[in-house]
Design a protein around this ligand. Sequence first.
Ligand SMILES: Cc1cc2nc3c(=O)[nH]c(=O)nc-3n(C[C@H](O)[C@H](O)[C@H](O)COP(=O)(O)OP(=O)(O)OC[C@H]3O[C@@H](n4cnc5c(N)ncnc54)[C@H](O)[C@@H]3O)c2cc1C
Length: 390
Amino acid sequence: MLGDLIGHLEKEEHRILRDTVARFAKDKIAPIAAKIDEEDWLPEEIFKEMGQLGFTGIMIPEEYGGFGIDPLSAVIVLEEIAKQSASVALSLMVTSVLFGHNVAYWGQNEELKKKYLPRIASGEIIGAYALTEPDAGSDSVSIKTRAERKGDYFIVNGQKMFITNAPVADVFYVFVYTDPSKKKEGMSVLLIDRDMEGVTIAKKLEKMGMRGSPTGLIFFEDVKVPVSNIIGTEGMGYPQMLKSLEIERMVISAISTGVSLAALDWMVRYANERKQFGKPIGQFEMIMKKIADAGAQLDAVRTYLYTYAATYDEERDNRFESASVKFLASETAVKITLDAIQVLGGYGYTKEYPVERYMRDAKLLDIGSGTSEIMRFVAAKSLLKAGKII
Ligand SMILES: Cc1cc2nc3c(=O)[nH]c(=O)nc-3n(C[C@H](O)[C@H](O)[C@H](O)COP(=O)(O)OP(=O)(O)OC[C@H]3O[C@@H](n4cnc5c(N)ncnc54)[C@H](O)[C@@H]3O)c2cc1C
């Protein structure tokens, strides 16, 4: 049956986790998912509730109050939340994995880690990850945000664009150049608090999907950041970017599979119930093809994602796996959600059913955290570099 193949990858604790998240998402998120989308509203208290259950601590070590570093648990949590609301899952992924995990993994200043991580893990505060700039998207090494050292401080100037959680975040994981003359080797990461003087959250962007997960533009103007707020050491920004994107692309794929599962569920239920020409539309071959394709593609990509997450080894070069699972999962989500609208016909096009929301949410997944074009570029480059396959 669909989904059975990944069963052997999950331990008892994963099954318990899945049940707990699924119950929470059905009780607390499903009833407000349409409102979150319609009003573009992030229910901040949901983070505190998820914090009490440990979900905001995914990929954060237990010593800092987190759930522990287990990519498979992160995949399960994000997939189950995304089945009900992809936008809540996206904001959760950013605060816990992109902010929390990276601070825990790369941070060398214990005081800094103790200051932020337990509060991120409990959902008390929200984190954001700020790499993209107005003129630096796919070409992320061309960022211009500059941090100039002045005694015990860095003076930061620049802008960040499309930053998930920016309108509500308390703290930002910011990629800057501390020494632009060194190119990639001059890139660093600083933690910048929202309430530091010179930080302005310029605006919340109006989006077609992922509404509820707020996206914003940030300005830094002569922001005085203590040197102790550096993550890792000066010049370590580029390796942090590569490794953090590797993990991001794995876990964001779980949001894609969650949305795809929700869309396929609607396709199957509707095709069994809706009758035209005297029989359920699920008996028409062209509808059956959509359902068969969706099931096969989803099972294949979920098996890939779960195998990758269960065997993830941070020491390995995972660029091929992260890039390929990301474009496969996100493009599958776009296709399945579009097909779900088609199966539901005119009803699928209305807001009476959630499938049109799934499609609008899914479209972000093949753009954010690296577009499908860039994912194919990374995957192909990795194979070409290997030089041979057999
Ligand atoms: C809702 C949302 C949330 C986001 N959240 C965050 C966040 O939290 N933090 C963050 O740092 N960023 C975030 N982003 C930014 C996101 O990662 C970028 O939008 C993405 O990497 C693409 O960059 P771009 O939009 O500047 O597009 P561009 O890089 O300008 O690309 C435009 C088009 O050109 C194509 N293209 C570019 N270069 C090549 C190439 N070499 N070969 C072939 N095609 C190419 C792209 O694939 C794309 O189709 C978010 C974006 C959105 C929309």
